[in-house]
Design a protein around this ligand. Structure first.
Ligand code: DQA
Length: 144
């Protein structure tokens, strides 16, 4: 069974009420529920987590070594600032997918830089909540 860790960064706990015109009306719990249905359909073992803390994300990425086959990461604002997250990702040997609800390249210039992308096998961005289940589909396509 393919083990997948979906990690979510800062402010994603407020999805549903946070700038819904940008991020949509689904809560993170709604997204997790949709992911669990899709993961079951693919026969994937899913861990789904959120934190507002950069260090916690680094710790969870480290934990994924040896326990996860794939990592799906929406690092949120830390995408654009965190060398620590990039360094941690480099030590994870499994499939790495960078995920965003919005398309950062359509937004402010400071969102055009990603410290996650250099370590990611692929990027899914701009499809709103659907991007999460698309990322699970992508893992199934790559790893079965
Ligand atoms: C985000 C995009 C980031 O630029 C932003 O800081 C977020 C969310 C997204 O999912 O679209 O918090 O990662």
């Amino acid at each position: 069974m393919t083990a997948i860790h979906i990690l979510n960064g800062p402010n994603l706990n407020l999805l549903g009420t946070r700038e819904p015109e940008l991020y949509g009306s689904d809560t993170l719990a709604d997204i997790e529920a949709a992911c669990r249905i899709r993961a079951n359909a693919h026969g994937q073992d899913l861990t789904f987590r959120q934190t507002n803390s950069e260090g916690q994300l680094v710790t969870w990425i480290q934990e994924a070594r040896g326990t996860a086959d794939a990592l799906i990461l929406n690092a949120a604002a830390y995408t654009h600032s965190s060398v620590a997250i990039l360094d941690a990702l480099k030590m994870f040997d499994g499939l790495k997918i960078e995920l965003h609800l919005t398309n950062p390249h359509q937004r402010e210039a400071f969102r055009h830089t990603s410290f996650v992308s250099p370590a990611a096998n692929g990027v899914i961005a701009g499809f709103g909540a659907a991007g999460y289940t698309l990322a699970l589909d992508a893992v199934a396509a790559k790893l079965g």
